[in-house]
Design a protein around this ligand. Structure first.
Ligand SMILES: Cc1cc2nc3c(=O)[nH]c(=O)nc-3n(C[C@H](O)[C@H](O)[C@H](O)COP(=O)(O)O)c2cc1C
Length: 150
């Protein structure tokens, strides 16, 4: 089972969570690949069996700049190869903003356009409530591991 981890981050928090997710998935015996700024060609060459996106939100509910090129390419080309594949979204945000986890919502919409099937409800990590996003994500990630291995 090959799972790709896409990430979008402004200040590095989501990046850390993505790295943590990669370690956790690998420790569970899954072939996880996380590389920031992945191109669409690299992504297609990896031929994932599942897609996890870890992204924060910036601006007014927008995706971080480092995820925009891939997001744009995916929306433009809409590769058909992922139709029916499992996907999951781990969103970081701050509930004091109006568009809480808006970046994650944009990825959910993209998944729907690509035909990716959301395996479990998007996790929303709230920076105004907790300062330990990596450990907060663990139960959700363990649930994901169990579903991927089932
Ligand atoms: C300028 C700015 C705009 C933000 N806009 C939003 C927003 O619209 N919605 C939201 O849920 N969080 C928003 N946030 C909160 C970040 O998504 C949150 O702090 C996140 O943990 C940052 O992760 P990062 O270090 O990976 O960028 C914003 C933060 C900043 C600094």
């Amino acid at each position: 089972m090959k799972i790709v981890i896409l990430s979008g981050s402004v200040y590095g928090t989501a990046e850390e969570v993505a790295r943590h997710a990669e370690r956790l998935l690998k420790a569970a015996g899954l072939e996880a690949c996380h590389k920031p700024n992945l191109s669409l060609d690299e992504l297609l060459a990896f031929a994932p069996d599942a897609v996890l996106t870890v992204t924060s939100t910036t601006g007014m509910g927008e995706l971080p700049d480092n995820l925009l090129p891939l997001y744009g390419e995916l929306r433009e080309r809409l590769p058909a190869v992922w139709h029916g594949l499992p996907g999951a979204v781990l969103a970081l945000g701050d509930s004091s903003y109006e568009n809480f986890c808006g970046g994650g919502e944009l990825i959910r919409e993209l998944y729907a356009e690509l035909g990716l099937r959301e395996m479990q409800e998007m996790l929303r990590l709230d920076a105004s409530e907790s300062v330990t996003p990596e450990s907060d994500a663990e139960p959700w990630l363990q649930e994901l591991v169990a579903a991927l291995k089932a």
